[in-house]
Write a protein that binds this ligand. Structure first.
Ligand SMILES: [Zn+2]
Length: 386
């Protein structure tokens, strides 16, 4: 784990916020009792699996659990019954410092450090075979630096391309002695059946909104904002912490109010505001992660703003249809009611259009007319004419 990975980059796939120095014990992982109980049974079993597949949404504790398990395996004085590493031995210290020679965190950006020039220049959209060979298969066959074995954690395993998955199969099937692998993926369905069948599957679910809100509040976020991010991320602590840290809440409140205002009159400045905001977020992301291209960061920021807008109309759609249950924008209920009253069932069309705009973002669109069109769609639910 490098210091760059420790930076909380809220739009990137960097480290979630659920982790602050040191390595957590498995039993201290919150909101994932079933997954932790399953892991505890496996740790206690004489025939421990050597390969695991942790599935579930981003930011719910999969990586934290993988690190806790790695700490347990690598620690010299681990207490298996307590499911905790000692926290004091040389191995635990190295793991906490991010310098453990036997802990390998595999992700697609490792391509930047490849010995192969073509891999270094690749767009890194998927986790390619060269990264798997160079950073997983090759070191797996080498003796462990600190003696206990090696642990490989593969982030976004679902982005492994076919060649990479096939290359990994043999290591999964017959790993060298004392090598353990943990694949993190959104869902097991996105991996080859042959990969799935060689791993012990542990499912992580969304966290209760109340738990996420509680954690944010404990970190100094105001209760209404904490509630909002918990709901908006549907119980992803990592995502909620990243978004709260990005200081977007004031803008989201402004956005909801201005979208509500659209039902009565045209807001000529709203598209400029959205344009500026996506630029500003993009710049902040690039400042935190210089390896990211500005265009990519700005598009991702645009996607975030469209996602926020879509969530407003999703709430309005439920409101208009009389669906009960908690709203994402419960903190601005009056604005949601206003939009629901004016738009009625058309709110659903706006939700669809926001998704289409999000796809458009990744083509070469001119930002100003793009955001003008977004605002027009929000005001009138007019179909997207692109
Ligand atoms: Zn230890």
């Amino acid at each position: 784990m490098t210091s760059a990975l420790r930076q909380a980059v809220f739009l990137g796939s960097g480290r979630g916020g659920a982790y602050h120095g040191g390595v957590m014990a498995l039993r201290d992982i919150v909101g994932q009792d079933r997954a932790v109980a399953q892991l505890a049974r496996m740790v206690a079993s004489p025939r421990r699996p050597h390969a695991y597949l942790f599935t579930g949404p981003t930011g719910v504790g999969r990586r934290t659990a993988a690190e806790a398990l790695a700490a347990l395996w690598l620690c010299r004085h681990a207490d298996d019954d307590a499911l905790a590493a000692c926290g004091r031995c040389a191995s635990c210290a190295a793991l906490a410092a991010g310098t453990h020679p036997d802990y390998h965190f595999i992700h697609k950006e490792l391509a930047l450090h490849s010995e192969d020039a073509r891999t270094r220049d690749s767009k890194m959209q998927d986790l390619g075979i060269q990264v798997i060979r160079e950073f997983l298969i090759a070191p797996a066959s080498q003796a462990a630096g600190m003696g206990r074995g090696r642990v490989f954690v593969v982030r976004e395993a679902e982005t492994m391309n076919l060649a990479a998955q096939n290359a990994l199969l043999k290591t999964l099937e017959e790993p060298p002695p004392n090598v353990r692998l943990i694949l993190l993926a959104r869902s097991e369905r996105e991996l080859l059946p042959t990969i799935r069948s060689r791993c012990a599957l542990i499912r992580f679910g969304s966290l209760p909104w109340s738990l996420v809100a509680e954690r944010l509040t404990a970190g100094g976020v105001a209760p209404a904002e904490a509630q909002f991010w918990a709901a908006y991320t549907n119980g992803s602590l990592g995502e909620a912490m990243r978004l709260a840290a990005a200081d977007l809440y004031a803008f989201k409140r402004e956005l909801v109010d201005r979208l509500a205002g659209l039902v009565e009159s045209v807001d000529a400045d709203l598209s400029d505001r959205l344009l500026d905001q996506s630029d500003a977020i993009g710049e902040a992301v690039v400042a935190a992660n210089r390896r990211l291209a500005k265009t990519v960061a700005t598009r991702a920021a645009g996607g975030l703003l469209l996602g926020l807008a879509a969530s407003v109309y999703r709430d309005a759609m439920r409101e208009a249809a009389g669906v009960s249950g908690q709203r994402i924008h419960a903190d601005q209920a009056a604005a949601i009611e206003r939009i629901a009253g004016a738009m009625g069932p058309a709110a659903a069309r706006i939700v669809d259009q926001m998704a289409r705009y999000e796809q458009l973002l990744w083509r070469n669109v001119n930002p100003k007319p793009f955001w003008d069109n977004v605002v027009l769609s929000c005001a009138t639910a007019a179909p997207l004419d692109v």
